[in-house]
Design a protein around this ligand. Structure first.
Ligand code: F6R
Length: 361
């Protein structure tokens, strides 16, 4: 049931503030974490995260979080590569498998590879009865509710929420975060649903940007730090839904090749909240503008004040606590792809050649 929306994808994008708040209530209790005891980082020296597609990008964001706030090294791999590489799994490794469906064949095979090698085998799933849930020592449901649209949206943001909560637990257990710091981080998280709603209220503006992107042949997405995986996710969403060629790059990689693609016909979407990396990203963005690339800057009010001059368009999101920016910036990434696809008239909920659950390798 699309509940009055034109597509399941639109419904599932709009549900994000509610399912995020639900999961947050479930996994916290009066200013503290309420995660299962089995999620224990004692004796863990590294985490290996394995997933496919959008779930893989969620893991890439989590790498920044775990390394920055918990000082725990994280390796992230796509399941189809991991499973055949025979990677060594040293003592002190926790392995984490992230999958909306819980049935992705490559991710399941990677989990089976780690079963008798890793100290911990954990999974994050949306379907609690799935194989990847059953075969892990501990499975955390992301509580996003049924996701029908082939393109993953609310599962991605709830995966990110759970990964952020796990990083906070690791940081606390490892002595890098005190109770006050944790309470502050959880307070920040409780603001997220409201911030997401503010982005959703501005959907009409993103719809107009989608009409413009629908004319493009190629689109680039740029981001730095934890927003780099969001550039990858924005590009994946756009190509799978609208069939427009799109690539995501780390902003700093631009001058190592991709800048050769820029001309006046190439829209470049730049995710740049006003954080510690802002000036670096803006200088990459200016290199794009100097080559007549059409920059769509996605930022916050302060970022817009400092850098909107010369952009083709600037989308202003509310200011977000820096840890949580990747979760908030997922919403415009999804809406841009959605509205571009609607403008092109493609089959939004069921893009060609794709299946919701990839149970063959
Ligand atoms: C993209 C998308 C896919 C899935 C990938 C993994 O929008 O939905 O990239 O994220 O196929 O699927 P799960 O999470 O079910 O393992």
């Amino acid at each position: 049931d699309k509940a009055g929306y034109k597509h399941f994808m639109a419904k599932e994008i709009a549900e994000q503030p509610v399912v995020l708040a639900d999961a947050l209530r479930h996994y916290t209790r009066s200013g503290a974490l309420n995660l299962p005891d089995g999620l224990d980082f004692t004796g863990i020296e590294r985490i290996t995260m394995v997933a496919c597609g959008t779930a893989y990008y969620a893991c890439l964001v989590a790498k920044y979080w775990f390394e920055q706030i918990a000082r725990l090294p994280v390796e992230v791999d796509v399941a189809s590569e991991f499973r055949y590489r025979e990677p060594p799994i040293p003592g002190g490794t926790a392995s984490l498998f992230v999958s909306q469906s819980g049935e992705t064949a490559d991710t399941l095979a990677a989990l089976r590879y780690c079963r008798d090698k890793a100290d911990r085998v954990w999974s994050l799933v949306n379907v609690p009865t799935s194989s990847i849930a059953r075969e892990a020592d501990l499975a955390l449901p992301i509580l996003a509710g049924v996701e029908v649209s082939v393109a993953s949206t609310k599962a991605f943001t709830n995966q990110l929420l759970l990964l952020a909560l796990m990083a906070l637990k690791a940081a606390s257990q490892r002595g890098h975060l005190d109770a006050a710091g944790l309470a502050q981080a959880l307070d920040d998280m409780r603001r997220l649903p409201g911030l997401m709603n503010q982005v959703l209220t501005n959907e009409a503006r993103i719809e107009r940007l989608g009409d413009r992107l629908a004319e493009a042949q190629d689109v680039l997405f740029l981001g730095r730090g934890a927003l780099y995986p969001l550039a990858l996710e924005g590009a994946l969403k756009l190509k799978e839904l609208s069939y427009i060629h799109a690539e995501g790059y780390a902003s700093g990689e631009l001058k190592h090749g991709p800048i050769a693609l820029i001309d006046r016909n190439v829209p470049v979407v730049v995710f740049a909240p006003h954080d510690g990396l802002f000036e670096k990203t803006v200088s990459n963005m200016q290199e794009v503008m100097a080559r007549h690339g059409q920059v769509i800057l996605v930022t916050d009010p302060e970022g817009a004040r400092l850098a909107q001059e010369g952009t083709a368009a600037t989308l202003i999101l509310p200011e977000a606590p820096s840890l949580l920016a990747p979760i908030l910036y997922a919403v415009p990434a999804q809406l841009l792809a959605y509205h571009t696809a609607v403008a092109k008239g493609t089959d939004v909920d069921q893009p060609r050649n794709l299946a919701k659950s990839v149970t063959v390798e």
